[in-house]
Write a protein that binds this ligand. Structure first.
Ligand code: G4P
Length: 526
């Protein structure tokens, strides 16, 4: 096997999808501990606390250095190189959160056993579904009195429309939580909050009829047997193919804060999660094993300090090998650029990494020459797809305070839209721009940057939209639609027709009335 192939096959690139407080930070920390990337618990938590103690983004910006390094966490586990991409969650939830999911090969879903499937998880799973992303599930906080595991599994299947294949099964919960039984390896893992990694022992059973179960679990052994019997009719057996196709999720139970169940999850993850996958481009599919280097930008982080107007564009490597200083083709601009100043994200213990392989993320410094969706190659005219804009969920009308600055306002709003901070919509009728975002914090970011980078003073006015759809169809129909719905029609930053709706009901109604037109919740970059 070639060196490159080996490097590709040992990579696993993923993100965590969860609702705030389900335990993402806690699990991340435990994963990094297993990978030796951090030395003690608390390091990731401290970063999170710094980021979330405030809803003021200027304060959050002071943590900027931290948020860049925690955007991608790399660790080694067994023989595997694992890249964990951060999905911004609390106050910093934004379109980036969605777009990170377009750069990974699989996801880990964390569910709070007390709360079950929550709102943000539903939205994130919708994004995963666009690319049939394989998902593993960790049901967390079994040390608490949570909901019935059967009910949780049923809720995941119904609400998230994905088959569940329990891999482990919990024995009691809360005060009666005794551990888990692995349905495939037949191992009983005893929970002991006081023991190292929360584990009081791992005992191999011959099966559920092993009398040692009764010795160790007492009457709870019978409960376990009854549960597993019920599972045979109620759940699906694990099938790697169904998992890889995004149709089925293997489910683990545990308690992240006690490290319990995390290693079982991690072992199954590295064994079964996909290696870096082929990527769709406009003209063809690119295999990770191809020799020429290719990559695409999925996230841009601007430096808020006006003295340093540089940005970092995050690229996912899709094929070939990246080496520092190499020349690549910036396909949209049609020119060669040399990349000397790249950040290759790496594990803490290795200070000098000068190459990156498919599945890896590199950060490239630039001054606004890179847009979301941009493709880099070694000469080929290639454009990766599947890095879309997502329909915003919050909207504000922009009122310019100095009417002479309308050109600067347009430039600012358009450039910020290209970076993926927000989206911008120009009304078909009227003059005021509307800004749309997935997370509220982005509105403050835009105002600050307009003032400091573009010297434009503006304010926001509320506007009663709740969602947007990109509209396509036959020219005549589109013209008719624009006439009838002129008050709700806008042109976005890349010139595409967008319909903004005041309520879900209105959107459904409009879609019903215009069956010949297509209403898209995402839009590819031009
Ligand atoms: P997030 O990143 O998904 O938002 O969640 P995070 O890991 O920060 O966890 C949210 C809260 O849930 C934290 O408590 C954390 O300690 C707790 N938690 C995580 N895993 C478990 C678990 O297995 N069992 C129990 N009982 N709790 C768990 P907090 O009070 O908000 O923070 P802290 O004071 O513990 O830092």
């Amino acid at each position: 096997m070639k060196y490159n192939e080996q490097e590709i096959d040992r990579r696993r690139t993923f993100a965590i999808v969860s609702h705030p407080d389900a335990g993402k930070t806690t699990i991340t920390e435990k994963l990094l501990l297993f990978g030796g990337a951090i030395q003690q618990a608390g390091e990731v938590r401290a970063r999170k606390a710094a980021r979330h103690a405030t809803s003021d983004w200027m304060e959050m910006e002071k943590q900027r250095g931290i948020s860049v390094t925690s955007s991608v966490m790399k660790f080694t586990y067994r023989d595997y190189e694992v890249n964990l991409l951060d999905t911004p969650g609390h106050n910093d939830f934004s379109e980036d959160t969605y777009r990170v999911l377009t750069a990974v090969d699989s996801a880990l879903m964390v569910i709070d056993s007390v709360k079950g499937v929550e709102n943000q998880t539903i939205k994130l799973l919708d994004v995963c579904r666009l690319r049939h992303t394989p998902i593993m599930t960790f049901i967390n906080k079994l040390d608490r009195e949570g909901r019935d595991p059967f009910e949780l599994i049923d809720e995941i299947e119904k609400v998230l429309r994905i088959q569940c294949a329990p891999m482990t099964w919990p024995i009691g919960m809360g005060k009666r939580f005794r551990g888990t039984y692995h349905l495939y390896t037949k191992e009983l893992v005893i929970f002991d909050a006081e023991a190292e990694r929360g584990t009081g022992g791992v005992i191999s059973m011959t099966g559920l009829d092993d009398p040692r179960l009764d010795e160790l679990l007492g009457s709870q052994a019978e409960e376990l047997r009854a549960d597993v019997e019920l599972l045979e009719g109620a759940a699906h057996p694990f099938e790697e193919e169904a998992y890889r196709a995004g149709l089925q999720t293997p489910v683990f139970f545990g308690s992240a804060i006690n490290t319990f169940g995390v290693q079982q999850l991690l072992d199954t993850f590295v064994d079964h999660a996909p290696t870096p996958l082929p990527r769709e481009a406009v003209s063809r599919t690119v295999s990770p094993y191809e020799e020429p280097f290719t990559a695409f930008a999925f996230k841009i982080q601007a430096n808020m300090d006006p003295a340093h107007r540089d940005r970092i564009a995050f690229f996912r490597v899709c094929s070939g090998k990246f080496t520092r200083g190499m020349k690549v083709r910036h396909v949209r601009l049609g020119r060669e650029v040399a990349i000397n100043n790249a950040t290759i994200f790496m594990a803490q213990d290795r200070t000098h990494v000068d190459e990156a392989f498919p599945g890896d993320i590199i950060g490239i410094h630039n001054h606004g020459t890179i847009k979301i969706g941009d493709t880099f190659t070694q000469g080929e005219e290639l454009k990766f797809t599947g890095i879309p804009n997502f329909a915003p969920e919050h909207f504000r009308r922009v009122r310019l305070l100095d009417p002479l600055k309308s050109k600067a306002l347009e430039k600012g709003l358009t450039q910020l839209a290209e970076e993926g901070t927000t989206q911008v919509f120009r009304p078909l009728m009227g003059a005021d721009w509307v800004v749309g975002a997935v997370g509220l914090l982005q509105f403050d970011v835009v105002m600050h940057r307009l003032e400091h980078e573009y010297n434009v003073k503006a304010t926001y006015e509320p506007v009663s939209y709740v969602t947007a759809r990109w509209v396509t169809g036959e020219k005549k129909k589109i013209e008719e639609f624009q006439k009838k719905e002129v008050m709700s029609c806008y042109i976005d930053g890349e010139g595409d027709l967008t319909y903004l709706a005041g309520s879900q009901w209105r959107l459904d109604n409009t879609m019903d009335n215009w069956k010949d037109l297509a209403f898209h919740a995402t839009r590819e970059h031009n």
